[in-house]
Design a protein around this ligand. Structure first.
Ligand code: DGY
Length: 319
């Protein structure tokens, strides 16, 4: 029997699955586990099931000890994990791709609609108790039909967002390290562009690339200036892909029309300038937040853990 430490609350089904084979020590309080407590708890663990709010670095791996075999992140993004540090110590790192694709694409499309149709502004107006009445020019947004969606990062979530946008009558362009499978590209009618071209032609730019040194501030002042003044930016990937101060200033100055964000540069802190603006929709990292999706993520993390502890290749290895 191995010792599994779970760093935060996850659906019971995953804990039961792990407990059927191993000793499980799970953090169950609603608030995040503190760093000190985390370092204390992982000592002697064979497996760590981690949430994206916990930093898994050399210090933590050393605190766990040389018997540690696997770090199973309950997320598709793994910028919270120092993967080279895991590899160096012979620790397998895993993530949860696939199972949150549709839920995240739903939120991306939701943000596209909220931003372009000014749904947040409308909701806030009603709740404020202010007088309002239907008017020809009241809270006009912009239509999606015939407009262009620029997808940055055309992996599973980017493709799922493009499929939704296509159903709303949008044209699809994308920027990605590799060319789409020709069948999928034809299905979506998607054209591959470089980032500059994509920014210049898109009416909505939606970010779906992973975060790392290569994508830090991928969208900054220069890129925002390159966008149409009528365009919108949507980010459901990772906050630091966007220079938030530059975005706030572009929104304030009307360099772009609006934005929809589910993730933040210094999450959970939101840049105070964004809070002052009407033309940005702000969600609290809800991309994968459905009961079904969170359960599937936790079960895949449990499967990853059990596979490594059992000496098998996990379903979703990173390294
Ligand atoms: C992920 O899995 O990376 C998501 O951001 C979680 O919502």
């Amino acid at each position: 029997m191995s010792r599994v430490v779970v760093t935060g609350r996850v659906p019971d089904a995953a804990i039961e699955k792990l407990r059927a084979e191993h000793e499980v020590n799970a953090w169950t309080a609603p608030e995040s586990i503190g760093r000190e407590e985390l370092l204390r708890r992982v000592a002697g663990a064979d497996a760590v099931v981690s949430l994206l709010t916990e930093r898994i670095d050399g210090e933590l791996l050393d605190a766990a000890g040389p018997q540690l075999k696997v770090v199973a992140n309950v997320a598709v993004g793994y910028d919270n994990i120092d993967v080279p540090a895991c590899t160096q110590r012979g620790v397998v790192a895993t993530n949860t791709p696939g199972v949150l694709t549709d839920a995240t694409a739903d939120i991306a499309m939701g943000l596209v609609l909220m931003a372009t149709r000014r749904l947040g502004e409308g909701e806030r107006l009603i709740r404020s108790g202010q007088a309002w009445k239907w008017g020809m020019f009241f809270l006009l947004g912009s239509s999606l039909q015939g407009k262009t969606l620029g997808v940055v990062g055309m992996g599973g979530i980017g493709q799922a967002t493009a499929r939704r946008a296509k159903a709303f009558g949008m044209e699809i362009v994308y920027q990605s390290r590799s060319e789409l499978d020709p069948g999928i590209a034809a299905d979506l009618g998607a054209r591959r562009l470089d980032l500059d071209e994509l920014l210049a032609v898109s009416d909505v730019v939606s970010l779906h690339c992973p975060y790392g040194p290569a994508t830090h501030h991928l969208i900054g002042a220069e890129q925002l200036t390159a966008m149409k003044s009528s365009a919108y930016l949507v980010n459901t990937a990772r906050g630091p892909i966007v220079d938030e101060a530059a975005l706030a200033s572009a929104l304030r100055e009307g360099q772009i029309a609006g934005a929809g964000l589910d993730v933040y540069e210094h999450e959970p802190r939101v840049h105070p300038a964004l809070l002052e603006l009407e033309n940005v929709v702000l969600l609290p990292h809800l991309g994968s937040a459905t009961v079904e999706t969170r359960t599937a993520m936790a079960m895949l993390a449990a499967d990853n853990t059990l596979a490594v502890l059992g000496g098998a290749r996990p379903p979703a290895p990173i390294n």
